[in-house]
Design a protein around this ligand. Structure first.
Ligand code: ADP
Length: 482
């Protein structure tokens, strides 16, 4: 049976360009879709990042974009190296994407020309799709997050893209807290469409990428079932449209690439897992905690992630201080970056307790693998969490998870007192987090139970297999409707 073609359009994809979990998803879901009669292709912007320099990319399409009276020449390149389990293209738009960061400038703020960047990427992909010479025909277009949110609207409503209007569109909300909102003054960046439609892509007086996507995509999903419920309260457009078309929405739990995240074969781990988990933990702990003392028998609790309000980064330092004041026998590792205030707080904490706290302020993929391998617990005090991947990596690497009950964490981290394998807590307060950390230390003292929970956690299948099948079913439904 010939395979169907799905095109993933995203501003991130691991390993080429990663800022967070969306890259992990776009880099791994396609691989698993191949088992379900789908032939996946991914397209992203080309950035000035090392991966793009290290691989063989060939220009397959050249064109010019008319962007509000400005002409922009761009190229689409195809990956020639056989290093990915899917076909991969990138869009090279000089002046807008040839930067060393995906979203943020040197001060940690979003680029000021975000509208020009996101719109030009979307239009460049659409123009490339219209060029029938260059490639296979896609049966489904899958757009990831707001940076691609106007595509479903444009293929249905801009005369320029009429030839694409029969292709069903699928839209994934990876994080509803981020959005493309542009003043109407930016409308000139878009191709012509009927201005009677303005009202349908507007929210709070501005053009809104999420509103356009939720209204005009043929299917919309979130990256966990509980986050769909959370967003019904937080995102009024989702509530509105899902009341009219409930069948159009689903929550599909993200998976992980269990080949990349395999503690036995992970080449980013200094000491991959052999037969003994104890030895695995001990060796990896020693590798990252060389400056700390009293290692043996002392639990290690770690945080990996963005220092952002979403992740509860502001709760972390005060809770750790309280925990250290009460319990002497614990070490912490903090790996993250983001909010400058929290970065300084974390470094100051490390300076105050150099024998108990290790940290790395910055982004370091290899170190993240090492920390998952070394830790006894990973803490995730998120205020909201669309899915969260850290908890899945953590459990696979034998770290139990201490997490707030929200979004995808609610779906994956069940408290061990409720027959689950982790520690969960309700409120985003320093008190609740500190209490949860105390419970973790209490659990660690009961080594028999701790090891039993850890053993079970390491066996959970968090791979994409199940969810990729759900995606495949939905794609098939969309094709049947056409
Ligand atoms: P989000 O996408 O909201 O940041 P997710 O849990 O979905 O959160 O994914 C975060 C991903 O980024 C995980 O792969 C995690 O290991 C990784 N990560 C986050 N911060 C860092 C960091 N400072 N260094 C290395 N990896 C990081």
């Amino acid at each position: 049976m010939p395979k169907n073609n799905v095109l993933h359009i995203s501003t991130e994809c691991y390993p080429m360009a990663k800022a967070g979990g969306m890259a992990d998803v776009v880099g791994s879901l396609p691989k698993y879709l191949s088992s379900f009669n789908w032939d996946p292709t991914v397209i992203t912007p080309r950035y000035m990042l090392p991966w793009f320099e290290e691989h063989d990319l060939e220009v397959v399409f050249r064109a010019t974009l008319e962007l509000d009276k400005q002409s922009l020449e761009y190229n689409v390149l195809r990956l020639e190296d056989d290093v990915l389990p899917f076909e991969y293209f990138c869009v090279d738009i000089p002046g807008l994407f040839d930067r060393q960061s995906i979203y943020l400038n040197e001060d940690g703020h979003g680029f000021e020309d975000e509208a020009e960047r996101n719109i030009s990427f979307q239009l460049a992909v659409l123009q490339w799709l219209l060029d029938s010479k260059s490639k296979k025909k896609f049966n489904v277009i899958h757009c990831h997050d707001h940076q691609t949110g106007f595509i479903p609207f444009l293929i249905k409503n801009a005369p320029e893209y009429e030839d694409l209007s029969g292709i069903p569109s699928f839209y994934t909300i990876h994080n509803g807290a981020y959005n493309s909102k542009y003043p109407w003054g930016k409308k000139g960046l878009f191709p012509e469409f009927d201005s009677d439609l303005n009202q349908f892509i507007e929210w709070d007086g501005e053009m809104d990428g999420t509103v356009a996507a939720v209204r005009y995509s043929d299917h919309v999903n979130t990256v966990s079932p509980s986050y769909l419920e959370d967003l019904r309260t937080d995102l009024p457009i989702l509530q509105l449209i899902s009341e009219e078309h409930p069948e159009k929405f689903s929550g599909n739990l993200n998976g992980i690439d269990s080949d990349v995240w395999n503690p036995k074969t992970d080449h980013l781990l200094q000491y991959p897992l052999k037969t003994s988990v104890e030895k695995f933990k001990k060796e990896n702990k020693q590798a990252i905690l060389s400056g700390l003392y009293h290692l043996a028998g002392i639990p290690l609790i770690s945080f990996i992630g963005r220092f952002a309000h979403q992740k509860g980064g502001d709760l972390l330092v005060p809770s750790i201080e309280r925990t250290l004041a009460r319990f002497g026998f614990v070490n912490f590792y903090i790996l993250g970056s983001g909010d400058r205030f929290i970065e300084h707080q974390v470094q100051a904490l490390r300076d105050k307790y150099p024998e108990r706290i290790a940290c790395y302020v910055g982004y370091n993929e290899g170190l993240a693998h090492q920390v998952y391998g070394a830790s006894d617990f990973i803490v995730m005090p998120s205020r909201f969490e669309p899915c969260g991947l850290n908890q899945m990596f953590a459990m696979r690497y034998g770290s139990l998870v201490v997490a707030r009950k929200t979004g995808g964490l609610k779906d994956t981290v069940i408290d061990y007192k409720s027959e689950g394998l982790g520690i969960s807590f309700d409120y985003d307060s320093i008190e609740d987090l500190t209490h949860a950390l105390a419970r973790a230390l209490h659990l660690y003292r009961n080594q028999e139970l701790f090891k039993e929970l850890r053993k079970k956690a390491m066996k959970i299948d968090f791979s994409w297999t199940h969810t990729a099948q759900e995606y495949s079913h939905i794609y098939n439904r969309l094709i049947e409707k056409v």
